[in-house]
Design a protein around this ligand. Structure first.
Ligand code: 5OB
Length: 249
């Protein structure tokens, strides 16, 4: 998967050199490039923002640097023809197999594990990190005319910019790319993969600071253990995240 990130804080993304994503980059599974939006300004002060039309607090990111930066990526991204055929056949992707543009935004659709699975199918993602009060709306409208644009929110809280949101999305998507996570079994047992929270985990010692591992886990009876774990998942989800359970009727 090729991933391009446009940001005014490229140094933010040095953490993507380490851990799982870092390894995937070294092995060639992820081709990740970080672009500085200011490289696409042409004034002495490398201005990326301006005051909002209509008034109001804060600054809005100007459209021209975004236009130039995204045009540059679109021009040099090679669409793999094999991928293009598969993508066009997919009803989820009616337009073309060109890159999917993603802008983290508190005004976007909520990022979920289902969306992470969708994004992991894409050969090409472009993330645009907005700052300040947002990006001129015409950037989204312009690129949506010829391609696919999604505004995506991490949740209902305030961030200063899209950088941390992009980091979270790349971690969630990256680990779903075949070969990135060593043991694919571990992918299906995570919280949210089956719509429920994960069951509690224990390792040795069997007793620690007066707390015992639930005896069922020491029983060696895999059927009983699976039933217990399922019960724990349901109990936890009902208690902490009842919104994840289907309505009881
Ligand atoms: N808050 N998701 C929740 C977000 C967000 C803020 C962002 C981007 C994504 O940028 C300001």
């Amino acid at each position: 998967m090729r991933i391009d990130i446009i940001t005014i804080f490229p140094e933010f993304f040095s953490v993507l050199d380490v851990s799982l994503v870092g390894k995937a980059r070294l092995s060639g599974l992820i081709d990740l490039r970080v672009l500085n939006l200011r490289d696409h300004t042409h004034d002495r002060h490398h201005t990326v923002d301006d005051t909002p039309y209509g008034g109001g607090a804060g600054m809005v990111m100007k459209p021209e640097p975004w236009g130039e930066a995204i045009d540059g990526i679109l021009a040099n991204v090679k669409v793999n023809p094999d991928v293009a055929v598969a993508a066009v056949a997919d009803a989820e992707r009616p337009r073309d197999a060109g890159p999917l543009l993603i802008f983290p935004s508190p005004a976007g659709e909520l990022f979920t594990q289902a969306m992470a699975r969708e994004l992991a199918q894409e050969p090409n993602l472009i993330f645009g990190c907005g700052r300040y009060e947002g990006i001129d709306q015409r950037v989204f409208d312009h690129f949506a005319q010829a391609g696919r644009v999604r505004l995506v929110s991490l949740g209902d809280y305030v961030l200063n910019g899209g950088e941390v949101a992009v980091m979270a999305m790349i971690e969630a998507v990256g680990r779903l790319i075949p070969g990135v996570v060593g043991n694919p079994e571990s992918l299906v047992e995570e919280s949210h993969e089956d719509g429920l929270l994960e069951y509690p985990s224990y390792t040795k010692p069997a007793a620690w600071r007066g707390l015992e591992v639930p005896p069922v886990l020491l029983s060696g009876n895999h059927g009983v253990i699976a039933t217990w774990r399922r019960g724990q998942q349901l109990e936890r989800t009902a208690r902490v995240r009842p919104d994840l359970l289907p309505p009881a009727n």
